[in-house]
Design a protein around this ligand. Structure first.
Ligand code: SF4
Ligand code: SF4
Length: 221
């Protein structure tokens, strides 16, 4: 799932400061699991908005804001009366959700700003509700075949490609004051365990960060 956390309301209030009539949209999928767009979170946000003097003219769950097909269906429920009044939209979703809505706005000729209420952290394993571990940053060039299945992008603070930097100490990472494991020591230990240290000594080319994620689409013909 895509893991999100709630932004401080002060930041949201600042983004909305020039707008009074708000439509609140909330994701019905990952952000619910992350407890950022569940019923309690939505009610909290409605309360915050009310206390900040905002007029919420309408609010609605969109099942999967990152899915344009679903958005087209969910949009049918948004009343024209609310659209006539709205100054700005606020969405509780990941960053892809908001940008999915932008495409929908273009399709529907909606020329209003939309702001985000959550921070997006990455693709995560769910240990239990409220405990998520970000395992993948969606780099598009998966290295797990060479690293014993442990992602260097998300497990190494510097996203290094060829083993630990000089900052590791007793298997701990200098970033964050030696509280977290060094990702590359984890990778080494895993490769050792499965008898594949030959992979550890292979030189991996530097990532080409130059155009990584640059308006990237994945298109199957
Ligand atoms: S290397 Fe890491 S960030 Fe890249 S696709 Fe694989 S798991 Fe995801
Ligand atoms: S100590 Fe390990 S995890 Fe930390 S930045 Fe260096 S290589 Fe990466």
């Amino acid at each position: 799932m895509i893991v999100t956390t709630k932004k401080d309301f002060e930041e949201i209030e600042d983004a909305l400061k020039s707008y009074n009539n708000i439509i609140l949209i909330y994701c019905g999928t990952c952000s619910v699991t992350a407890q950022c767009s569940d019923e309690k979170s939505v009610n909290e946000m409605l309360e915050h908005l009310k206390n900040a003097g905002k007029n919420v003219v309408y609010h609605q769950e969109f099942k999967e804001p990152c899915d344009f097909r679903q958005d087209l269906q969910d949009w049918r429920n948004v009343p024209q009366e609310a659209l006539d009044k709205v100054d700005a939209f606020l969405i509780l979703s990941c960053g892809a959700g908001l940008q999915g809505m932008l495409d929908l706005f273009d399709r529907k000729n909606i020329v209003k700003p939309i702001f985000i209420g959550l921070n997006t952290h990455g693709i995560a394993e769910t240990e239990r509700i409220g405990r998520f571990h970000v395992k993948c940053a969606g780099c598009g060039d998966c290295l797990l075949n060479y690293t014993g299945g442990i992602c260097p992008v998300t497990s190494c603070a510097k996203g290094l490609m060829n083993g630990p930097c000089g900052g590791q100490l007793d298997g701990k990472c200098e970033v964050g004051n030696y509280e977290k494991d060094c990702g590359w020591i984890l990778i080494y230990e895993r490769l050792k365990k499965i008898g594949r240290l030959d992979l550890f000594v292979q030189l991996r080319p530097a990532f080409n960060w130059a155009d990584r994620g640059h308006q990237k689409s994945v298109v199957f013909r």
